[in-house]
Design a protein around this ligand. Structure first.
Ligand SMILES: [Ca+2]
Ligand SMILES: [Ca+2]
Length: 640
């Protein structure tokens, strides 16, 4: 064959390849190990990850490659992690591997982990069987085994990390050119990175919740820590700026009841409680007063045997009478018997008896028209307690409340909304009067990183502000009338780190999540109506938009039409969202725009959020707003 003929053949082959280019899979190198610092870190999973370094000779692609030196521990594994993302078009992972040495059963695995912890495991590559020199290892995603370790819902599009998994025996290998392969992969990955366009139509006829109470917080009396006067002033200023609509407040019978059933209304603890209630009364804050219980050692009160003891209800009746009638705290609108009674009341029957006893007391004292009993207040939405409370105490409970510290995976995936819908839905189905009752998330927080009851290791993170906004949006869209964060201020308990700000010893420092929580607290006033939002998005189905929107209409007041507040939560960490908000018939509005993003957030000298702009919006036509990736935008025409 002449050289010319060979060349013609090659041209023919290239032409054919070009003609069938649509059928040839794309290849995208996701890591070539050309940087001094590879994006790898030990995976904290109890194994012993390999030592790794960048080798700057004999690379397969580019100039450098990765060297792994693995010493197999007794546990038989060690993993390195690196961030990756999938567009849905990936069909295989390829990598180059060159063996320096490998013992016996030495094996390399590739793991793909979803954000919620579900995993996908590749077939193993037995390193001793590899030929000498660089070898291509091709792993088809369809051969990966699904390992349900997270929420047990397959969503390969949410994969956020890859592990280089080392197993069974010592080895030293070089790795280069980790590549995804797939049909139309380049276009798919490009599409996945593009800004998502979301069109939202607020359905002003469909009401998800009316007569809203508000986004509030737990604010327990400062009986365990001394708070300097200037800090009291700052705290009051913050509460006032937040227009805090609702607070759940701890109360103990032992603070006022004495041996023989007498009362001391001027005890140190009661005086501190009054100070909190004074502020609530002055600021118009709805109080959920919670008698924390009488069973556990630190809450036991003289003369009270257990939750079912009529003396317990008698004491509660006496102090409510004192607080409301004598002291004038009409802000106490709800009473909760025992914090998380599923854990702290001494059993369901005792608690049920206790609730009925308290109801009788309130009636006898003519307080039943003023104070509503809320319950069950069970922790982690204990379904049995909730259902029993609905079934057996619906004639007594005027509001339903439950606690839930949610996992970030559940919230990010948008499943929290359905969970609250189901819980409130049970009450709506079984209690004919539930439509007129309020549904309250009595304690809301993040479970990941929680050190119950003291704090959460993520509380200082930027992410906490995203999580809590997303939690609130979903819980409210599910029909909750109030979402109370655990908690407002670290001064409430010694050594706690759960608040919107740290305790006085640590300088009362505002945490990032104060930003979103305070805006939701301030701009969704009591009496608001929450509307359904019809959302359509340009995102590909394999990579749905992780954007949630809350639309709240404030009540008309003083002859003025109530404004709108929109909260847009973008959980997508790669894509901005361009959101067009439309409210048919709403006309124009001046919308102040607040943006919670990681790098820059506008605040005043006190640390309170400041809007980035105020824009004239034609809501009837549609108003477009960009929400950065992994951020929250709050738009409001509510004036407060
Ligand atoms: Ca390389
Ligand atoms: Ca999953």
């Amino acid at each position: 064959m002449s050289y010319g003929h060979m060349l013609r053949c090659w041209i023919f082959v290239l032409a054919c390849t070009a003609a069938f280019a649509g059928a040839a899979p794309d290849r995208v190198v996701i890591e070539d190990f050309e940087e001094e610092k590879p994006p790898l870190s030990p995976n904290q999973d109890g194994g012993t990850p390999p030592a790794f370094s960048i080798a700057d000779r004999d690379a397969k692609s580019g100039k450098k490659c990765l060297r792994l030196e693995y010493r197999n521990p007794d546990k038989g594994y060690g993993n390195l992690r690196m961030p990756v993302w999938l567009s849905g078009a990936e069909e295989a992972v390829e990598l180059w591997v060159r063996r320096e040495k490998a013992e016996g059963k030495a094996t390399l695995h590739i793991w793909l982990f979803e954000e919620d912890g579900d995993a996908w495991l590749s077939p193993g590559t037995a390193l001793t069987t590899l030929q000498k020199g660089w070898q291509a290892v091709r792993l088809k995603l369809s051969d990966f085994r699904y390992d349900p370790r997270g929420d047990k819902v397959k969503s390969i599009g949410s994969v956020s990390r890859m592990l280089l998994g080392c197993n069974y025996a010592d080895f030293v290998i070089f790795v280069d050119g980790i590549t995804f392969v797939g049909k139309d992969l380049v276009a798919g990955r490009k599409k996945t990175m593009e800004e998502v366009e979301i069109s939202c139509e607020v359905d002003s006829k469909t009401t998800l919740c009316s007569d809203f109470i508000g986004i509030g917080a737990e604010w327990n009396p400062y009986v365990w820590l001394d708070v300097p006067e200037e800090h009291w002033k700052s705290i009051e200023e913050r509460i006032r700026w937040m227009k805090l609509p609702a607070a759940r407040i701890l109360m103990l019978a032992r603070w006022c009841v004495r041996e023989g059933g007498t009362f001391d209304w001027e005890s140190r603890e009661m005086k501190i409680l009054y100070r909190h209630l004074d502020i609530c009364q002055k600021e118009g804050i709805t109080v959920f007063l919670t008698d924390w219980g009488c069973v556990r050692d630190w809450v036991k009160a003289p003369g009270i045997a257990n939750t079912a003891d009529p003396k317990y209800a008698g004491t509660i009746g006496a102090y409510l009478d004192h607080l409301i009638n004598k002291k004038g705290y009409s802000c106490i609108r709800y009473f909760i018997l025992v914090n998380e009674p599923n854990c702290e009341a001494g059993g369901y029957e005792d608690w049920k008896k206790g609730v009925l006893n308290v109801a009788k007391e309130l009636k006898a004292r003519k307080l039943d028209g003023h104070v509503t009993i809320a319950g069950s207040d069970a922790s982690q939405v204990d379904g049995t307690w909730h259902r029993n409370a609905v079934d057996q105490l619906q004639g007594t409970l005027g509001a339903y409340d439950l606690h839930l510290y949610a996992g970030d995976g559940e919230v990010k995936a948008g499943r929290l909304e359905g969970r609250w819908q189901n819980l409130w839905g049970y009450a709506l189905a079984k209690d004919p009067k539930a439509k007129g009752k309020r549904f309250v998330v009595g304690e809301a927080g993040l479970n990941d990183g929680a050190v119950h009851p003291r704090g959460n290791n993520n509380i200082d993170s930027y992410h906490y502000g995203i999580f809590m906004a997303d939690y609130a949006v979903q819980a409210v869209r599910a029909g909750s009338h109030a979402v109370l964060a655990w908690m407002l201020c670290d001064n409430s308990h010694k050594g706690f780190f759960w608040g919107c700000w740290s305790n006085s010893e640590k300088g009362l420092e505002l945490r990032p999540w104060f930003y979103t929580w305070s805006l939701l607290s301030r701009y969704i006033p009591p009496g608001s109506t929450i509307h359904a939002v019809k959302q359509t998005s340009s995102a590909p189905p394999a990579h749905p938009a992780q954007v949630r929107i809350l639309a709240a209409k404030a009540p008309d007041a003083g002859g003025k039409k109530g404004g709108w507040t929109f909260c847009v939560v973008n959980r997508d960490t790669r894509r901005e969202a361009s959101v067009t908000l439309r409210v048919p018939g709403a006309g124009t509005a001046k919308l102040a725009r607040y943006v919670y993003r990681e790098k820059v957030r506008r605040t005043d000298t006190r640390g309170f959020p400041v809007s980035e702009a105020t824009e004239s919006a034609d809501l009837t036509k549609g108003h477009a707003v960009t929400c950065p990736k992994n951020a929250v935008v709050i738009l409001t025409s509510v004036e407060r």
